[in-house]
Design a protein around this ligand. Structure first.
Ligand code: ADP
Ligand code: TRP
Length: 321
């Protein structure tokens, strides 16, 4: 069994990325399956058009994942473009992918609906994602809910290729990682780097504190009892707090007579403490980028070995070899 997932290096990871996806991906490295994780820099090219930014984001994403506990002894971590076979497979897959299938995909459809022009890269984004999955005979692809459609497309693409050329590809299964309940942002909406409401995992602590203290709260009088359900400060607090702490805050809300400021201060301390070890590890790794690059090079070698084998199988099946 192989587990595979990719993460785009489009900016620094925020709490939503961590609690919604990364934490679960990293936990999977401890299972019996082999796990492949990659930084999807070819996908990021559809939005990032600055070489220094893309290169830095890629290194940062790898450093962050290692600091957050991804263990290269247990899982293979690599950069998508370090396995050029994926681009070769992408072309081959495009030749059996219907336009209609891609026209239904949300990233392209949403952009078109807004009257924006899109590049061919955005249109074939799901085919490259299918290539990412199929190149390594992946069985299982944990993703956030927003990526489920793309996994279905990968299955369709594998199915039509197999239909034309025989049983070449392993049929992957996607599944939504648990806990993708939306992590709320500072304003109560879904936390997202596009909404300016995100708290980055490794943000400067002073900046982080300022953001947390600025969490939007309602203006009901202090004495009034409040329902903690759906309250975004309560939800954010719950990400970091122990069961007992959550139960105590729940009771405080229901009783009333408290100020939000004290809770925000507690959240500042809890979040700092929660990521303290990862933050220290990150500082260590940031001082040794060569070490991170070594991990990525070793990961690419492992991934390439498998990718070359599968590409060869594909080429033989369709008459290219
Ligand atoms: P953003 O919305 O900031 O652009 P991405 O789309 O890059 O985030 O998210 C990458 C992954 O992180 C998603 O597939 C999703 O699983 C997870 N994720 C992002 N934001 C949240 C959130 N607010 N709550 C839970 N999971 C999230
Ligand atoms: N498109 C995914 C995202 O934006 C990243 C990704 C690229 C991916 N290729 C993949 C995820 C293959 C899983 C499998 O989150």
């Amino acid at each position: 069994m192989r587990i595979l997932s990719g993460i785009q290096p489009t900016g620094r990871f925020h709490w939503g990325n961590y609690f919604g996806a990364i934490q679960q991906y990293i936990a999977l490295q401890n299972g019996k399956e082999t796990a492949f994780y990659f930084i999807a820099n070819l996908h990021a090219l559809t939005t990032v058009r600055n070489k220094a930014v893309l290169a830095q984001n890629t290194l940062d994403a790898a450093t962050d994942l290692l600091a957050l506990g991804l263990d290269p002894e247990k899982a293979t971590l690599f950069v998508q473009s370090d396995v050029p076979e994926v681009s070769q497979l992408c072309w081959i897959l495009m030749t059996t992918t219907s336009m209609g299938l891609l026209e239904r995909c949300h990233a392209y459809k949403d952009k078109k609906a807004k009257g924006l022009t899109s590049d061919a890269g955005l249109f074939v984004y799901p085919v490259l994602m299918a290539a990412d999955i199929l190149l390594y005979d992946s069985d299982s692809v944990p993703v956030g809910a927003d990526q489920v459609q793309h996994i279905e497309v990968a299955r369709d693409i594998a199915g039509s290729f197999n239909h034309s050329f025989g049983e070449v590809f392993v049929m992957p299964k996607g599944y939504i990682v648990e806990d993708t309940a939306k992590v709320p942002g500072l304003d109560g909406g879904k936390m997202s780097k596009s909404y300016g409401n995100a708290v980055e995992v490794f943000e400067d602590l002073k900046v982080q504190k300022k953001k947390i203290m600025g969490i939007v709260t309602d203006s009901r009088p202090m004495e009034e009892p409040k329902d903690p359900k759906g309250d975004h400060l309560f939800e954010l607090y719950s990400l970091f707090a122990s069961k007992e702490q959550i139960a105590a805050l729940d009771a405080t809300y229901r009783k009333g007579g408290f100020g939000y400021g004290g809770i925000k201060k507690e959240l500042v301390a809890l979040a700092e403490n929660y990521f303290a070890e990862a933050r220290a590890k990150r500082e260590e790794l940031a001082a040794k980028p060569a070490l991170v690059r070594e991990v990525l090079a070793a990961g690419a070698a492992t991934a390439r070995k498998k990718g070359t084998e599968v590409l060869r199988r594909v080429q033989e099946a369709c008459g290219l070899k």
